[in-house]
Design a binder for this molecule. Sequence first.
Ligand code: 5GP
Ligand code: MN
Length: 314
Amino acid sequence: MVNLSKELENAKTIGISGHIRPDGDCIGSVMGLFLYIKNSKPDATVRAFLEEPADIFDCIKEVEEIENAENVDEEFDIFFCLDCDKTRLGAAEHLFDAAKTTINIDHHVSNPGCGDYNYIVPKASSTCELIFDLLDKKYIDKDIAMALYIGIIHDTGVMQYSNTSPKTLRIVADLVEYGFDFPRLIDETFYEKSLLQTQISAKVMADCKLFLNGKVAFGKVDYETMQSMGLKSYDLDGIVNQLRLIKGVEASVFMYGLENGDNKVSLRSRSYVDVAKICQNFKGGGHVRAAGCTVSMDAESALKEILKLIEEQI
Ligand code: 5GP
Ligand code: MN
């Protein structure tokens, strides 16, 4: 475990970043730690670097302070890599490489740890859960609690997925003590979808196909559709989970096309297929029940290879 107070003691400049295409846990952990350092070390400079978060995260205090790392050139005393290893930091990777001390906090089983200090706990529900563990509770306020709570609900599917442990629920209990409006947060950041999101989801569901005797559901959005409907990657969040919920399905595969012809793949499973293992074949990673990768193949060839790997586990 990293002793956060000790590491932060002499730091004057602190940078924090997380993975490309940031999700709720990534944004929640980056912002939770950012706000915490502001509270606990008012004399230090702390900066947060991520790709632009989706609008649903506007409710997080100071989320507008998040910067694009591209043109930033600074040697931070401490740099945090949250919810990923450094290869997925995108534009912030050079800041991690240049920092005097680096700290990696993550819960991905595929991450061996890339920092001077590593706190990697694959059985933790989320990076937000790990951040909560490390914080000196006297500096936590309602805004920090809310940011961490958002990360936990997103990575656990509102405390439902199998990564939810009794410890997760105890942390959630501690967080809701701070008195934010959690039913509204769950609706507005997790379940609510725009009309466009609802329409693309309906289109994928209408065209989805089943394989391996109905045990695998597959859906996709090609790049032309991304363009013509004006879709961003976060507009597709949740579709792979919906595919997984089709009766009889053990694993779901969802893909969308990228500008360069590659496909971004998401995999989910219900109870026994290890999808992290499958994604590692394509230099991706994630968790046993939720993982992803990017493949330099057309959707049809990628599906063929993935089905072969799933079949080996069924
Ligand atoms: P999603 O399918 O929602 O993109 O990702 C599911 C999980 O797998 C998340 O925890 C995400 O961070 C991880 N993941 C997705 N894509 C990749 C990838 O290309 N490489 C690695 N290492 N992890 C990924
Ligand atoms: Mn996460």
